[in-house]
Design a protein around this ligand. Structure first.
Ligand code: DAT
Ligand code: MG
Length: 151
């Protein structure tokens, strides 16, 4: 297994509902490494670039409106297998189909208000971190707990 990085974002509904701490905490407690974190009002152009693969979908205009409707919390997480693991912690796109114990399974009811984003591949992890963060907003560091996390 390889060290990967993934882009995770608390969407505007998660911020408005006061779920930021809970969501960050799940990744933190799991043992992934936080490399970047910020509260950010996303401009329309960035939302469109982020979701460009979905631009022909009927829900795309609503999606762009939703993501730009208030501040989001942007995160860059690093770890072995972090891309797929973060997607598991997040749960299925439709929160009603997401397993209990996942973020969407525990905290949301609608696809259009599913509180969190996670990159779907290692390539998109790199792409999205580049898109949402400047280089000097990312930290390389070794947490004190590391010897207790990895043998
Ligand atoms: P995910 O966020 O689980 O990676 P995705 O990449 O397929 O899902 O879609 C991105 C977002 O677009 C998703 O989190 C919510 C919205 N979306 C996806 N499918 C939708 C649908 N059928 N109706 C409304 N919104 C949808
Ligand atoms: Mg996706």
């Amino acid at each position: 297994e390889e060290v990967e990085e993934t882009y995770v974002m608390v969407k505007p509904d998660g911020v408005q509902r006061g779920l930021v701490g809970d969501i960050i905490s799940r990744f933190e407690k799991k043992g992934f490494l936080l490399k970047g974190l910020k509260l950010f009002q996303c401009p329309k152009e960035l939302a469109e670039e982020h979701y460009k693969e979905l631009k022909d979908k009927s829900f795309y205009p609503k999606l762009i409106k939703y993501i730009t409707s208030g501040p989001v919390v942007c995160m860059a997480w690093e770890g072995i297998g972090v891309v797929a693991s973060a997607r598991k912690l997040i749960g299925a796109t439709n929160p009603l189909q997401a397993d209990p114990g996942t973020i969407r399974g525990d905290l949301a009811v609608q696809t259009g208000r599913n509180v969190v984003h996670g990159s779907d591949s290692p390539d998109n992890g790199h792409r999205e971190i580049d898109l949402w963060f400047k280089q000097d907003e990312l930290c390389e560091w070794v947490p004190a707990q590391e010897p207790w996390l990895k043998e």
